[in-house]
Design a binder for this molecule. Structure first.
Ligand code: CO
Length: 248
């Protein structure tokens, strides 16, 4: 069941989203060679808690940290640990926070020092694909138009969209209906309505779309070892078009 949020609820979700956006901006400044993913997790957790928020991910189905930190061929759900970043890596950081009873959820992929031309293109195309999906998050469109716009942009650039994980509705819970695939035909699925709040999150592989999950039960990697990028925003559908709630 899809819940439509009132303007007062959207206002609270702006606060939660803004906190998540600020955490990612702070983490961007700390991403550098020699920094461990565990250090990035600590920075995020301290920032969320010091602002009165609760990390959405920690304890979710047993997940042990406040961010996901996924490096290079890792797509999503990388668990922070002792791994140190090195020049040329790309790192996808996903963060969620609950503030005042509502969640915000966002992700970005950052370069560590100079990276390959392929990695740069992958990050650019994935960010553009998210923006193409967000542009469809408005009245008169259907759910399938979001994924279709994402898939078309990604495949036009020679990359592939992950099928095994999807975006989601978000509100009082981090994961609500509907599911939002990053692929599929246009013009299908439910009509978009004012008050829907959606976490749109394309995961894009430089090679094939296939996924393998590591023995830790969380870390999802590309099956062919190719690089992967992930960008996500929490977006409200308003009478005036999409409003991105997870900007700093
Ligand atoms: Co999400």
């Amino acid at each position: 069941m899809v819940i439509l949020r009132t303007p007062a609820e959207i206002e609270q979700m702006r606060r939660a989203g803004s906190l998540v956006g600020q955490v990612l901006e702070r983490l961007r400044e700390h991403v550098a060679p020699g920094v461990s993913t565990r250090e990035l997790d600590a920075i995020a957790e301290n920032m969320i808690c010091s602002r009165g928020g609760v990390p959405s991910f920690k304890g979710y189905r047993g997940y042990p940290a406040s961010i996901c930190a996924s490096v290079n061929n890792e797509i999503i759900h990388g668990i922070p640990g002792d791994r140190m970043l090195v020049d040329g890596d790309i790192i996808s950081i996903d963060c969620g926070a609950m503030l005042g009873g509502y969640h915000g959820d966002a992700a970005m992929t950052f370069p560590v020092g100079p990276v390959s031309a392929e990695a740069e293109k992958l990050m650019t195309v994935t960010r553009e694909a998210l923006n193409a999906g967000i542009a469809m998050a408005r009245l008169k469109m259907r759910l399938g138009d979001i994924g279709n716009a994402i898939q078309r942009h990604v495949e036009a650039n020679g990359f592939s969209v992950v099928r095994d994980f999807v975006g989601h509705g978000i509100g009082r819970h981090m994961h609500e209906d509907p599911q939002i695939p990053n692929f599929g035909p246009a013009g299908m699925g439910m009509r978009l309505r004012t008050g829907m709040v959606l976490a749109i999150e394309p995961m894009v592989n430089a090679g094939g779309h296939e996924v393998v999950v590591m023995d830790d039960g969380w870390t999802a990697c590309t099956r062919d070892g190719s690089l992967s990028a992930h960008f996500e925003h929490t977006v409200a559908i308003t009478d005036d078009g999409p409003e991105v709630l997870t900007l700093p």
